[in-house]
Write a protein that binds this ligand. Structure first.
Ligand code: AMP
Length: 419
């Protein structure tokens, strides 16, 4: 037997309803804020992620599904969406026809991580990128959209954490001092952090290892290195978040390790999903478009993990509303599908969800099936009624039963259809 690839999951018919409902909520929220959907290929040239995410990032250095295709080009399954969206923005010169481009996506991502609860090798994200404005309101819109969506889905336990990374030059000064500070305490650091010290010292800040967090007490603070403009900008972001009622915590150790990240950065965590608590993360990246060959263009965005959100919903016991219902189940007294099938087709063509028995089961078994499917109505076909050209319709919630001419069935269902 061949199984699915480790870390990749099937989404079976019984589960896909909650995916579709989540996706519909995502699309509706973005539509209201005037974001257009973007779909990019599942694979890209590996070079895009090396440049656009950075070779020091784990998702590129260790976790990328990269391979050579027949022409010898190195191809990678996308581990994230910001680089592909920015590539498309530059390639199609989207900024030429519109000064501000706001795009959202829903797509599978691929990372060779160690599979565990909330961590897969193929997983799904939705998110947005807004390119063309450095307005603080756009940083807030990004955070607020992510937050409102999670709230709308029913999550109540959410921690929004924000920080400002300032400008790359100020950050570089800070990183220099941080590195020097940590060098003096190298022995106290975790192995991971010792290794990161040279490649990406900033990432030591968000290490979850106790030893690292202790070593950081008394370390230089990034906020002290920001210039006045960045500080004012961050204050504006905070005030605007207050104005739209998004609660947040300023978390000075929240960072992103890559140079093109600028100013605002944020993460939304759910305390109900255990160690993989980040549901979404994002921030501003004013230098990325230029890095990928476009004119200098500011940008801001976020990405949220769908599997983790579904896990958080389950852990918070958010009740699921069932919408995939059967309007009518056709119970045939004759074991000949040619009797029931045309009725099912007629109802389906008229817009109803209709089902019947393909397995030649007894009337009792057909009724059991109608109950299992929670069909709203059962239609009885056959017997003396059929000889008189009639059918019976039973309302499964109220219990009442009506007999009517076969040809008025569709009209009757229309008239008695529940909202
Ligand atoms: P990132 O692009 O790493 O900032 O991730 C954004 C969000 O995607 C995270 O907050 C998670 O919800 C989700 N995510 C990242 N990696 C995985 C993974 N391997 N499996 C499932 N979800 C993930």
């Amino acid at each position: 037997m061949i199984s699915a690839i480790k870390g990749a999951k099937d989404i079976l018919p019984a589960e896909s309803g909650k995916w579709r409902r989540l996706e519909a909520a995502v699309r509706e929220r973005f539509r209201r804020a005037n974001y257009g959907e973007i779909r990019t290929p599942v694979f890209e040239e590996t070079a895009l992620f090396k440049r656009g995410v950075g070779e020091s990032a784990d998702i590129v250095r260790k976790e990328m599904y990269a391979f050579e295709d027949m022409s010898g080009t190195s191809i990678a399954l996308k581990p994230e969406m910001t680089a592909p969206v920015v590539r498309a923005y530059v390639e199609h010169k989207l900024g030429k026809s519109q000064p501000l481009v706001k795009a959202y996506y829903l797509a599978p991502m691929f990372r060779q991580e160690r599979p565990q609860a909330g961590r897969q090798r193929q997983f799904h994200q939705f998110g947005s990128e807004a390119l063309g404005s450095d307005a603080a309101a756009l940083d807030v819109e990004t955070i607020q959209l992510a937050y409102d969506l999670l709230r709308d889905l029913g999550l109540t336990k959410l921690d929004v954490k924000i920080n400002s990374l300032g400008k790359p030059a100020d950050r570089a000064k800070f990183v220099g001092e941080l590195r020097a500070y940590l060098r003096d305490r190298e022995d106290a650091l975790s192995e991971d952090s010792r290794r990161r010290l040279d490649v990406n010292a900033l990432r030591v800040l968000d290490s979850k290892d106790e030893r690292d967090q202790q070593a950081l007490d008394g370390a230089p603070k990034l906020a002290d290195f920001l210039d006045e403009e960045s500080r004012d900008r961050f204050a504006e972001v905070c005030e605007t978040l207050d104005a739209v009622g998004v609660p947040y915590l300023v978390e000075e150790r929240l960072v992103r390790g890559l140079d093109y990240y600028t100013e605002t950065t944020f993460e939304i965590q759910s305390p109900s999903v255990g160690s993989q608590s980040a549901l979404c993360g994002g921030g501003r990246y004013d230098n990325l478009v230029e890095l990928l060959g476009g004119d200098p263009t500011p940008g801001v965005g976020f990405a949220a993990g769908i599997e983790r959100i579904l896990l958080a919903l389950e852990n918070e016991n958010v009740a699921e509303e069932k919408t995939d219902k059967i309007d009518a189940y056709i119970v045939s007294l004759e074991k000949n599908p040619r009797v029931a099938y045309p009725v099912a087709v007629e109802l389906r063509r008229a817009g109803f969800v209709a089902e019947f028995d393909y397995l030649g089961r007894s009337v009792k078994a057909q009724m059991r099936e109608a109950n299992r499917l929670e069909a709203e109505r059962v239609i009885f076909l056959g017997g003396e009624e059929a000889e008189r050209g009639e059918v019976s319709v039973k309302n499964m919630s109220g219990g009442e039963q009506t007999t009517l001419p076969r040809e008025s069935l569709v009209n009757h269902l229309r008239e008695t259809r529940s909202a």
